[in-house]
Design a protein around this ligand. Structure first.
Ligand code: GAR
Length: 196
């Protein structure tokens, strides 16, 4: 059985989708949900499901990203995860942290990568007049949002779509995609999951 730690910064809806899927014949189980924000509401949701939680407030470390990450890594390593899932984790990670978990760290991103790495993905897709949007799960490597794609799901942009409407529809799609990718990844299979 693979052990999975999940990093969040907010509501944790992707984290919940992963956790709910990790039951029965699933090859993995959640061992930790950690956040850089002690107020992240996803922490309570995970705790209510009996999953160990941890909060390392990045603000306590000022500009010292490495000290923040060292404290976070200590919590993560204490849970001995085989796989680390970033699920709405909104801190940029240093190369040192990425190297430590390279090959076993996944991220979900709300765009059809390689389009729109970084923030404000839906606004950028709308401004560009894209007819399709979606989400991607990728392996985390040193370059932001650019690691090998492990899964992708797309949907049409509708006439009159707003950033909020598009974000909500993509989020629902994320909840379908990420669990499928984690299931496959946990068996050692890196073939991309493609959902339409
Ligand atoms: C999701 O849309 C996720 O793709 C995005 O944040 C949201 C988190 O929602 N992640 C990023 O933008 C990463 N750069 P959640 O907390 O409900 O899962």
């Amino acid at each position: 059985m693979k052990r999975v730690a999940i990093l969040i910064s907010g509501g944790g809806s992707n984290m919940l989708a992963l956790v709910r899927d990790m039951a029965g014949d699933h090859p993995a189980r959640p061992v930790l949900v950690a956040s850089n924000d002690p107020a992240a509401t996803g922490l309570e949701k995970a705790a209510a499901l009996g999953i160990p939680v941890a909060a390392i407030d990045h603000r306590a470390f000022g500009r010292d990203r490495e000290a923040f990450e060292a404290a976070l890594a200590e919590k993560i390593d204490a849970a001995s995860p085989d796989i680390l899932c970033l699920a709405g984790f909104m801190r940029i990670l240093t190369p040192g942290f990425i190297r430590r978990y390279e090959g076993r760290m996944l991220n979900i991103h709300p765009s059809l990568l390689p389009k729109y790495p970084g923030l404000h993905t839906h606004a950028r897709a709308l401004a560009a007049g894209d007819t399709e949007a979606g989400c991607a799960v990728h392996e985390v490597t040193a370059e932001l949002d650019a690691g090998p794609i492990l899964g992708q799901a797309r949907l049409p942009v509708l006439p009159g779509d707003t950033e909020a409407a598009l974000a909500a529809r993509v989020l629902t799609l994320e909840h379908r995609l990420y669990p499928k990718v984690l299931r496959r990844f946990a068996t050692g299979d890196r073939t991309p999951v493609l959902l339409d």
